[in-house]
Write a protein that binds this ligand. Sequence first.
Ligand code: GAP
Length: 578
Amino acid sequence: MSANAEQTESSVKSMDDIMSLCKRRGFIYPASEIYGGVNGFWDYGPLGAQLKKNLRDAWWTDVVMKGCDGKLGPNGKPVEIVPVDTSIIQNPKVWEASGHVGGFNDPMVDDKETKQRFRADHLFAVYLLEPVNEMKTDEHYFIGGAIERAIPDRTAVGNTPTEALKAICNESTLRKANGIKKLISGIFSGQDHRVGSFATAWVSTSNGERYIACVPLSDGILERRANEVPSPFTGKAGHLTPPRAFNLMFKTVLGATGNMEDNAAYLRPETAQGIFINFKNVVDTTRVAVPFGIAQTGKAFRNEVTPRNFTFRSREFEQMEIEFFCHPDEAAGWYAFWRDWRMEWWQSLGLEGDNLILREHDSDELAHYAKEGAGTSDIEYRFPFTAPGFGELEGIADRTNFDLKQHAEHAGAKLEYFDNTRGELAKNGQPKGERYLPHVIEPSAGLDRGVLALLCEAYTPDPERASGVYMKFHPRLAPIKAAVFPLVKKDGMPEVAAPLAAALRKRFGHLGTIEYDEKQSIGKRYARMDEAGCPFCFTIDGDTLTDNTVTVRHRDTLDQERIAIDSVPDYLAEKLGL
Ligand code: GAP
């Protein structure tokens, strides 16, 4: 039985419910919705925009302003990070040097009949296998049987085998198309040394019970025998093309009279390159010394072939990236430092427990810039659509000197760093200095994926509440920090409540919204705050007018306590950890 076998479908939150709350309460809307939307783009509403800003601010504060929140680096010194804010459009040669123009491709497979296009690595082989005797019903036995068959019975689409299998077992049209009547067991996920990740389940079909196994399409099958592989939605063989490279860069034209051939430019697919090409500028114009980092947040654009899973894979998204420059001999120590601190950071924001993992890459997953033996790891979150598997939130990679070297070569620029603290000692006992291209450790996080993980983690169904659900955001990230309510809109209560809200706004308004609401019943107002994830509500009632106390309602426990109205600002400051 696989490690994740206990995690069955029933324990996973519903992504549909989360998306519907996001729409209903103004966290996230489909972009261009009144025109029918545009695939792969999303708009943040008032609550979502504030939540996103709070996450970006937390990153900026802890990374840039506090230098890893004050944690000392492996050299025993404070970590030095400076920010930049570089252009989305750069000289196109930047992207030739970085390898994006030539190599930032996804292999795509087309269905010639339906004209659908799929990422080859998002197609999975599905085998319907006969039950065998009890002794042999272990998953790895079936996986072995599936591999021998090579050409699958069906093809499924997803980010992971689990997601793909979930779709064909649960979506009624796909279930029908694949001849599946119903799912008998939960869906189990696992790892097998021959195929990597796989997912399995028991299903009933018109031919009786079958064991269903979903595994990556094995090496070369699509390249050599695409014609025999069934198409995902029609099930017909003979319609899929072999994979073809599709570049993910968004192209545009510079200037009013420009054309796509001579004046093409690209929207950046990552913020990182804006940092590398400014490495020398930063060294020359500030007092930083290696080891140090340059940080940047901003939009990135990728013409993803199959945008999916809400904001998880979008065509426009925001990154929070650090390029940390260090001496090559110190790269391994800094890599371990960043990997561990970044994990701690996400945990400190409430992504605790089993839903967050740190996964070191296997050697066959290395990116083009990573060298054998240099570390690469992902911080991954168990999103409802990946469960029981995980999806990447942030990658931490030792990029060696790949990027600086590429830019030095392509631009003909001298990007070496002169380190006067290193090298042999001169006669005067001082180091002679050493010239080198620094190595780079890159913690690269997705802001939108971070927000999505926070939304999924916070979503807490609670049938006992009027709202049926509450959003358990960490108070630091909650878009609404506090709400002030007069119990009723009369008897002098609004006259006391409104100034309290104004005072809180003056003190805490830079951190998030302070809600003031006097409409509807108090129960309905609490319910709205639960759905918005507001951690504290302060209610002014009849007693306030006589004893100057207010009720504090705590979102998570529903506890209520009374405190002096004058102490509310300090009380909130303490609860927000200020
Ligand atoms: N500079 C390195 C780099 O860009 P990446 O793994 O391609 O590495 C970094 O991207 C992070 O950006 C990912 O961990 C993910 O959080 C986010 N990201 C990447 N592609 C995305 C997409 N299409 N939609 C949303 N977020 C994305």
